[in-house]
Design a protein around this ligand. Structure first.
Ligand SMILES: Cc1cc2nc3c(=O)[nH]c(=O)nc-3n(C[C@H](O)[C@H](O)[C@H](O)COP(=O)(O)O)c2cc1C
Length: 332
Protein backbone atom coordinates (compact mmCIF):
# COMPACT_ATOMS: atom_id res chain seq x y z
CA UNK A 1 0.00 0.00 0.00
CA UNK A 2 1.68 3.20 -1.10
CA UNK A 3 -0.11 5.26 1.60
CA UNK A 4 1.34 3.26 4.40
CA UNK A 5 4.76 3.15 2.75
CA UNK A 6 5.14 6.92 2.81
CA UNK A 7 3.76 7.32 6.32
CA UNK A 8 6.07 4.69 7.80
CA UNK A 9 9.04 6.06 5.89
CA UNK A 10 8.49 9.58 7.14
CA UNK A 11 10.33 8.83 10.41
CA UNK A 12 13.37 9.93 8.46
CA UNK A 13 13.19 11.83 5.21
CA UNK A 14 15.51 13.68 2.86
CA UNK A 15 14.23 17.20 2.22
CA UNK A 16 13.06 18.53 -1.14
CA UNK A 17 15.93 20.60 -2.57
CA UNK A 18 15.75 22.37 -5.93
CA UNK A 19 18.51 21.34 -8.30
CA UNK A 20 19.80 18.84 -5.74
CA UNK A 21 17.24 16.10 -5.05
CA UNK A 22 16.61 15.26 -8.69
CA UNK A 23 15.90 11.72 -9.79
CA UNK A 24 19.59 10.78 -10.00
CA UNK A 25 20.23 12.01 -6.48
CA UNK A 26 17.24 10.09 -5.18
CA UNK A 27 18.41 6.83 -6.77
CA UNK A 28 21.80 7.38 -5.17
CA UNK A 29 20.28 8.03 -1.74
CA UNK A 30 18.14 4.94 -2.15
CA UNK A 31 21.29 2.84 -2.54
CA UNK A 32 22.24 3.95 0.99
CA UNK A 33 18.84 3.75 2.70
CA UNK A 34 16.06 1.47 1.51
CA UNK A 35 13.49 2.96 3.87
CA UNK A 36 13.91 6.71 4.32
CA UNK A 37 11.33 8.83 2.53
CA UNK A 38 12.75 10.81 -0.39
CA UNK A 39 11.28 14.06 -1.68
CA UNK A 40 11.49 15.46 -5.18
CA UNK A 41 12.54 19.00 -5.93
CA UNK A 42 9.55 21.33 -5.95
CA UNK A 43 7.52 21.03 -9.14
CA UNK A 44 5.04 23.84 -9.72
CA UNK A 45 1.43 22.98 -10.39
CA UNK A 46 1.26 25.52 -13.25
CA UNK A 47 4.23 23.82 -14.97
CA UNK A 48 2.41 20.49 -14.88
CA UNK A 49 -1.13 21.60 -15.54
CA UNK A 50 -0.76 24.63 -17.78
CA UNK A 51 2.69 23.89 -19.18
CA UNK A 52 2.15 20.16 -19.70
CA UNK A 53 5.70 19.56 -18.43
CA UNK A 54 4.97 15.97 -17.45
CA UNK A 55 8.62 15.00 -17.82
CA UNK A 56 9.08 16.73 -14.44
CA UNK A 57 7.34 13.71 -12.92
CA UNK A 58 9.79 11.19 -14.36
CA UNK A 59 11.34 8.94 -11.76
CA UNK A 60 12.58 5.39 -11.36
CA UNK A 61 10.68 2.53 -9.71
CA UNK A 62 13.61 1.98 -7.35
CA UNK A 63 13.09 5.42 -5.73
CA UNK A 64 10.05 4.37 -3.66
CA UNK A 65 8.96 5.48 -1.14
CA UNK A 66 9.10 8.87 -2.85
CA UNK A 67 7.02 12.01 -2.35
CA UNK A 68 6.29 14.66 -4.96
CA UNK A 69 6.52 18.23 -3.70
CA UNK A 70 4.21 20.68 -5.42
CA UNK A 71 4.24 24.46 -5.43
CA UNK A 72 1.13 26.45 -6.14
CA UNK A 73 -1.81 28.24 -4.61
CA UNK A 74 -4.72 27.52 -6.93
CA UNK A 75 -6.88 24.74 -5.46
CA UNK A 76 -8.12 23.36 -8.80
CA UNK A 77 -4.70 23.45 -10.38
CA UNK A 78 -3.09 21.81 -7.34
CA UNK A 79 -5.77 19.11 -7.35
CA UNK A 80 -5.03 18.36 -10.99
CA UNK A 81 -1.29 18.38 -10.37
CA UNK A 82 -1.70 16.08 -7.35
CA UNK A 83 -3.69 13.64 -9.49
CA UNK A 84 -0.99 13.70 -12.17
CA UNK A 85 1.55 12.98 -9.44
CA UNK A 86 -0.44 10.08 -8.05
CA UNK A 87 -0.98 8.66 -11.54
CA UNK A 88 2.76 8.90 -12.15
CA UNK A 89 3.25 6.67 -9.09
CA UNK A 90 4.25 9.00 -6.25
CA UNK A 91 3.56 7.74 -2.73
CA UNK A 92 2.72 11.15 -1.26
CA UNK A 93 1.94 14.64 -2.46
CA UNK A 94 3.50 17.47 -0.43
CA UNK A 95 2.64 21.14 -0.64
CA UNK A 96 5.47 23.67 -0.33
CA UNK A 97 4.57 26.36 2.21
CA UNK A 98 8.17 27.07 3.14
CA UNK A 99 10.15 28.40 0.23
CA UNK A 100 10.90 32.14 0.48
CA UNK A 101 12.43 32.77 -2.97
CA UNK A 102 11.32 35.77 -5.01
CA UNK A 103 10.38 33.75 -8.03
CA UNK A 104 8.11 31.64 -5.93
CA UNK A 105 6.63 34.64 -4.11
CA UNK A 106 5.62 36.21 -7.39
CA UNK A 107 3.49 33.15 -8.14
CA UNK A 108 1.95 33.34 -4.64
CA UNK A 109 3.28 30.12 -3.36
CA UNK A 110 5.78 28.92 -0.85
CA UNK A 111 6.22 30.53 2.56
CA UNK A 112 4.02 33.53 1.81
CA UNK A 113 1.09 31.11 2.15
CA UNK A 114 1.76 30.98 5.90
CA UNK A 115 -0.17 34.26 5.87
CA UNK A 116 -3.23 32.62 4.36
CA UNK A 117 -4.02 29.37 6.18
CA UNK A 118 -7.56 29.47 4.78
CA UNK A 119 -6.24 29.26 1.23
CA UNK A 120 -3.79 26.51 2.18
CA UNK A 121 -6.68 24.58 3.74
CA UNK A 122 -8.69 25.02 0.55
CA UNK A 123 -5.76 23.88 -1.61
CA UNK A 124 -5.19 20.82 0.58
CA UNK A 125 -8.87 19.90 0.66
CA UNK A 126 -8.92 20.02 -3.14
CA UNK A 127 -5.82 17.83 -3.38
CA UNK A 128 -7.15 15.36 -0.82
CA UNK A 129 -10.35 15.14 -2.84
CA UNK A 130 -8.36 14.27 -5.96
CA UNK A 131 -5.97 11.59 -4.68
CA UNK A 132 -5.85 8.64 -2.31
CA UNK A 133 -2.17 8.94 -1.35
CA UNK A 134 -1.35 11.14 1.67
CA UNK A 135 -1.31 14.90 1.14
CA UNK A 136 1.21 16.57 3.44
CA UNK A 137 2.44 20.11 4.02
CA UNK A 138 5.97 21.43 4.53
CA UNK A 139 5.77 24.76 6.29
CA UNK A 140 7.69 27.30 8.35
CA UNK A 141 6.85 28.44 11.88
CA UNK A 142 5.81 31.82 10.49
CA UNK A 143 6.96 34.61 8.20
CA UNK A 144 8.22 38.17 8.65
CA UNK A 145 6.74 39.85 11.73
CA UNK A 146 4.25 37.08 12.47
CA UNK A 147 4.35 35.63 15.95
CA UNK A 148 5.04 31.89 15.52
CA UNK A 149 3.38 31.03 18.85
CA UNK A 150 0.15 32.44 17.41
CA UNK A 151 0.25 31.64 13.72
CA UNK A 152 1.68 28.11 13.80
CA UNK A 153 -1.09 26.57 15.96
CA UNK A 154 -3.67 28.45 13.92
CA UNK A 155 -2.10 27.15 10.69
CA UNK A 156 -1.92 23.54 11.91
CA UNK A 157 -5.44 23.69 13.22
CA UNK A 158 -7.00 25.05 10.04
CA UNK A 159 -5.00 22.98 7.58
CA UNK A 160 -5.38 19.91 9.82
CA UNK A 161 -9.14 20.42 9.78
CA UNK A 162 -8.98 20.26 5.96
CA UNK A 163 -7.71 16.69 6.29
CA UNK A 164 -3.94 17.01 6.32
CA UNK A 165 -2.56 14.74 9.01
CA UNK A 166 1.19 15.07 8.46
CA UNK A 167 3.22 18.27 8.52
CA UNK A 168 6.93 18.87 8.17
CA UNK A 169 7.87 22.02 10.03
CA UNK A 170 11.05 23.88 9.12
CA UNK A 171 11.63 25.31 12.57
CA UNK A 172 12.51 28.86 11.59
CA UNK A 173 10.61 31.85 10.28
CA UNK A 174 10.88 32.77 6.63
CA UNK A 175 11.75 36.34 5.81
CA UNK A 176 10.10 37.23 2.57
CA UNK A 177 12.23 40.27 1.91
CA UNK A 178 15.83 41.20 2.53
CA UNK A 179 17.31 37.71 2.82
CA UNK A 180 18.31 35.41 -0.01
CA UNK A 181 16.73 31.92 0.14
CA UNK A 182 20.20 30.65 1.04
CA UNK A 183 20.55 33.07 3.97
CA UNK A 184 17.04 32.22 5.05
CA UNK A 185 18.08 28.61 5.62
CA UNK A 186 20.36 29.69 8.48
CA UNK A 187 18.75 32.93 9.75
CA UNK A 188 16.72 33.60 11.89
CA UNK A 189 17.41 31.05 14.65
CA UNK A 190 15.67 27.70 14.88
CA UNK A 191 12.93 27.18 17.43
CA UNK A 192 12.73 23.43 17.98
CA UNK A 193 10.89 23.89 21.26
CA UNK A 194 7.96 25.43 19.48
CA UNK A 195 7.69 22.39 17.22
CA UNK A 196 7.82 20.12 20.26
CA UNK A 197 5.09 22.17 21.91
CA UNK A 198 2.93 21.77 18.79
CA UNK A 199 3.40 18.04 19.13
CA UNK A 200 1.85 18.21 22.58
CA UNK A 201 -0.92 20.50 21.39
CA UNK A 202 -1.93 18.43 18.36
CA UNK A 203 -1.74 14.76 19.34
CA UNK A 204 -3.84 13.83 16.29
CA UNK A 205 -1.30 15.23 13.83
CA UNK A 206 1.97 13.65 12.76
CA UNK A 207 4.70 16.23 12.97
CA UNK A 208 8.19 16.07 11.52
CA UNK A 209 10.85 18.62 12.34
CA UNK A 210 13.26 20.07 9.80
CA UNK A 211 16.12 22.54 9.87
CA UNK A 212 19.74 22.36 11.01
CA UNK A 213 19.78 18.63 11.82
CA UNK A 214 23.22 17.28 11.07
CA UNK A 215 23.44 13.81 12.59
CA UNK A 216 21.46 10.67 13.07
CA UNK A 217 21.87 11.00 16.85
CA UNK A 218 20.24 14.42 16.73
CA UNK A 219 17.41 12.95 14.64
CA UNK A 220 16.96 10.12 17.13
CA UNK A 221 16.75 12.70 19.93
CA UNK A 222 13.71 14.30 18.30
CA UNK A 223 12.00 10.93 17.79
CA UNK A 224 12.70 10.09 21.43
CA UNK A 225 10.97 13.33 22.40
CA UNK A 226 7.84 12.13 20.64
CA UNK A 227 8.02 13.72 17.20
CA UNK A 228 6.86 11.45 14.40
CA UNK A 229 9.58 12.25 11.93
CA UNK A 230 12.75 14.12 11.12
CA UNK A 231 13.57 15.65 7.74
CA UNK A 232 17.19 16.35 6.85
CA UNK A 233 18.28 18.48 3.91
CA UNK A 234 21.79 19.78 3.48
CA UNK A 235 23.54 17.29 5.75
CA UNK A 236 21.95 14.40 3.87
CA UNK A 237 23.16 15.88 0.59
CA UNK A 238 26.69 16.71 1.66
CA UNK A 239 27.30 13.67 3.91
CA UNK A 240 24.82 11.14 2.54
CA UNK A 241 26.53 8.13 4.05
CA UNK A 242 26.81 9.58 7.55
CA UNK A 243 23.12 10.40 7.59
CA UNK A 244 21.58 7.51 5.68
CA UNK A 245 23.80 4.44 6.10
CA UNK A 246 22.54 3.50 9.56
CA UNK A 247 19.08 4.96 9.22
CA UNK A 248 17.41 1.70 8.22
CA UNK A 249 18.93 -0.19 11.14
CA UNK A 250 18.19 2.54 13.64
CA UNK A 251 14.72 3.69 12.66
CA UNK A 252 13.18 1.06 10.41
CA UNK A 253 14.32 -2.34 11.71
CA UNK A 254 16.37 -2.91 8.57
CA UNK A 255 20.01 -3.52 7.74
CA UNK A 256 22.98 -1.20 7.66
CA UNK A 257 23.98 0.01 4.21
CA UNK A 258 26.70 -1.69 2.21
CA UNK A 259 30.17 -0.13 2.33
CA UNK A 260 30.67 3.20 0.58
CA UNK A 261 32.51 1.58 -2.34
CA UNK A 262 29.65 -0.92 -2.76
CA UNK A 263 27.17 1.96 -2.81
CA UNK A 264 29.19 3.54 -5.62
CA UNK A 265 29.27 0.25 -7.54
CA UNK A 266 25.55 -0.25 -7.00
CA UNK A 267 25.07 2.90 -9.08
CA UNK A 268 26.81 1.42 -12.13
CA UNK A 269 23.79 -0.28 -13.75
CA UNK A 270 21.79 2.92 -13.32
CA UNK A 271 24.65 4.94 -14.80
CA UNK A 272 24.94 2.52 -17.74
CA UNK A 273 21.24 2.93 -18.48
CA UNK A 274 21.46 6.70 -18.12
CA UNK A 275 24.39 6.90 -20.56
CA UNK A 276 22.67 4.53 -22.99
CA UNK A 277 19.65 6.86 -22.96
CA UNK A 278 21.90 9.77 -23.97
CA UNK A 279 22.53 11.18 -20.47
CA UNK A 280 25.83 12.45 -19.12
CA UNK A 281 27.87 10.86 -16.33
CA UNK A 282 28.26 14.15 -14.46
CA UNK A 283 24.48 14.50 -14.11
CA UNK A 284 24.59 11.48 -11.80
CA UNK A 285 28.02 11.74 -10.21
CA UNK A 286 27.62 15.37 -9.10
CA UNK A 287 25.32 14.04 -6.39
CA UNK A 288 27.84 11.38 -5.33
CA UNK A 289 30.72 13.72 -4.47
CA UNK A 290 30.01 13.57 -0.73
CA UNK A 291 29.96 9.76 -0.51
CA UNK A 292 33.36 9.59 1.18
CA UNK A 293 32.97 12.84 3.18
CA UNK A 294 35.17 12.75 6.27
CA UNK A 295 37.00 9.61 5.11
CA UNK A 296 40.59 9.18 3.93
CA UNK A 297 40.67 9.74 0.17
CA UNK A 298 37.52 11.89 0.16
CA UNK A 299 39.26 14.75 -1.61
CA UNK A 300 40.60 12.47 -4.32
CA UNK A 301 37.19 10.93 -4.92
CA UNK A 302 35.58 14.33 -5.15
CA UNK A 303 38.29 15.77 -7.37
CA UNK A 304 38.45 12.85 -9.77
CA UNK A 305 34.73 12.86 -10.33
CA UNK A 306 34.29 16.62 -10.54
CA UNK A 307 37.21 17.12 -12.92
CA UNK A 308 36.52 14.21 -15.24
CA UNK A 309 32.85 13.23 -15.22
CA UNK A 310 31.89 15.89 -17.75
CA UNK A 311 34.58 14.88 -20.28
CA UNK A 312 33.44 13.20 -23.49
CA UNK A 313 33.29 9.44 -23.15
CA UNK A 314 33.33 9.49 -19.33
CA UNK A 315 31.60 6.40 -17.98
CA UNK A 316 31.63 3.72 -15.30
CA UNK A 317 35.40 3.28 -15.65
CA UNK A 318 35.83 6.67 -13.99
CA UNK A 319 33.97 5.45 -10.92
CA UNK A 320 36.24 2.41 -10.68
CA UNK A 321 39.30 4.61 -11.13
CA UNK A 322 38.13 7.01 -8.43
CA UNK A 323 37.45 4.07 -6.10
CA UNK A 324 41.00 2.80 -6.69
CA UNK A 325 42.31 6.26 -5.71
CA UNK A 326 40.30 6.15 -2.52
CA UNK A 327 41.59 2.66 -1.76
CA UNK A 328 45.17 3.80 -2.36
CA UNK A 329 44.75 6.65 0.13
CA UNK A 330 43.09 4.41 2.64
CA UNK A 331 45.98 1.98 2.52
CA UNK A 332 48.59 4.75 2.70
C1 LIG B 1 19.67 23.87 -2.53
C2 LIG B 1 18.39 23.85 -1.75
C3 LIG B 1 17.18 23.84 -2.40
C4 LIG B 1 15.96 23.81 -1.68
N1 LIG B 1 14.78 23.68 -2.36
C5 LIG B 1 13.62 23.49 -1.67
C6 LIG B 1 12.41 23.15 -2.33
O1 LIG B 1 12.35 22.99 -3.55
N2 LIG B 1 11.29 23.00 -1.55
C7 LIG B 1 11.31 23.15 -0.20
O2 LIG B 1 10.28 22.99 0.46
N3 LIG B 1 12.46 23.44 0.45
C8 LIG B 1 13.61 23.60 -0.25
N4 LIG B 1 14.78 23.81 0.42
C9 LIG B 1 14.77 23.84 1.90
C10 LIG B 1 15.03 22.45 2.48
O3 LIG B 1 14.02 21.55 2.10
C11 LIG B 1 15.12 22.52 4.01
O4 LIG B 1 13.88 22.97 4.51
C12 LIG B 1 16.22 23.46 4.50
O5 LIG B 1 17.43 23.25 3.80
C13 LIG B 1 16.46 23.28 6.00
O6 LIG B 1 16.84 21.95 6.30
P1 LIG B 1 18.40 21.53 6.54
O7 LIG B 1 18.93 22.48 7.57
O8 LIG B 1 18.33 20.10 7.00
O9 LIG B 1 19.09 21.70 5.21
C14 LIG B 1 15.98 23.84 -0.28
C15 LIG B 1 17.22 23.86 0.38
C16 LIG B 1 18.41 23.85 -0.33
C17 LIG B 1 19.74 23.83 0.42
Amino acid sequence: MPNKAATAASRLSVAPMMDWTDRHCRVFHRKISRSALLYTEMVTAPALVRGGALHLLDHSPEEHPVALQLGGSDPDELAQAAKLGQDAGYDEINLNVGCPSDRVQSGTFGAVLMKDPGLVAECCAAMIGAVSVPVTVKCRIGVDDQSPEVVLPEFLSRVGAAGVSRFIIHARKAWLQGLSPKENRDIPPLDYDLVLRMNGLFPGLELSVNGGITSLDQAAGFLDKGLDGVMIGRAAYHQPYDILARADQRFFGGDAAPARSEVARAMLPYIDAHLAAGGKLAQVTRHMLGLFAGQPGARHWRRMLSENAHLPGAGPALIEAALSEVEAHRAA
